[in-house]
Write a protein that binds this ligand. Sequence first.
Ligand SMILES: NC(=O)c1ccc[n+]([C@@H]2O[C@H](COP(=O)([O-])OP(=O)(O)OC[C@H]3O[C@@H](n4cnc5c(N)ncnc54)[C@H](OP(=O)(O)O)[C@@H]3O)[C@@H](O)[C@H]2O)c1
Length: 225
Amino acid sequence: MELRGTAVIVTGASRGLGAALAEGLGRAGARLVLVSRDREALDAVVERVRTQGGEAHAVVADVGAPESAARVAGTAGALVGPAEVVIHNAGTLGPIPLAPLADTSDEDFEQALATNLLGPFRLTRALVGSMAMRGRGTVVLVSSDAATTPYPGWGAYGVSKAALEHLGRIWNAELASTGVRFLTVDPGEMDTRMHREAVPEADPSTLPSPEQAAARVLQLLREAP
Ligand SMILES: NC(=O)c1ccc[n+]([C@@H]2O[C@H](COP(=O)([O-])OP(=O)(O)OC[C@H]3O[C@@H](n4cnc5c(N)ncnc54)[C@H](OP(=O)(O)O)[C@@H]3O)[C@@H](O)[C@H]2O)c1
């Protein structure tokens, strides 16, 4: 896929992997709509992309809120044209510190599902009709090895990521003939706020940077048809 001129939505772009993806995509010439809740942090990423010659726009939204999908899709369309790629990167751990399922509250479990699963479902649903009409589109689901390995304490997060991966498989089966593709990516461990909150005892100097993971995701997109 040629990234130059491509309209891309990146959720969770205010820091970590999402911010690194935004900077990499911006340098590659993509036309970006960046989504997160923290306006100040998001505006700083937009500024960094523009300083490097890229195009980016901020849309402040909670991806877990039911009303966000239509607003993000509509605003993105008005800013950069119909989205050709959406990267569902926004993520939350659920309870912090991580807790066994027996100690996980309804609210923490629901928040993990809302952000990591329902948000991507709703935003995808708002975008795929237009992608299918145009005969092409790429939906990237950022997952984790916690989707397949039952790490104790990672229940809400792991369940949400397992369901996200299966969501992608079903979308893929349903839209196989339309030219819309679903790619699931596990970025691996990275030195980000999420990792610091999940594993505070980890030595950050031993972890790959989000920029390294972002470079792999960009390569995957470039290699996609
Ligand atoms: N770090 C790792 O080792 C690791 C490993 C495997 C997979 N992952 C996955 O990689 C992705 C990025 O993680 P990260 O490590 O970069 O995490 P991070 O540093 O905590 O960043 C998370 C991003 O998601 C946004 N976000 C969270 N809840 C949101 C919501 N309700 N609505 C909109 N935006 C929201 C945050 O922005 P605001 O706070 O501004 O909303 C932030 O931009 C996640 O999907 C994560 O599960 C991470």
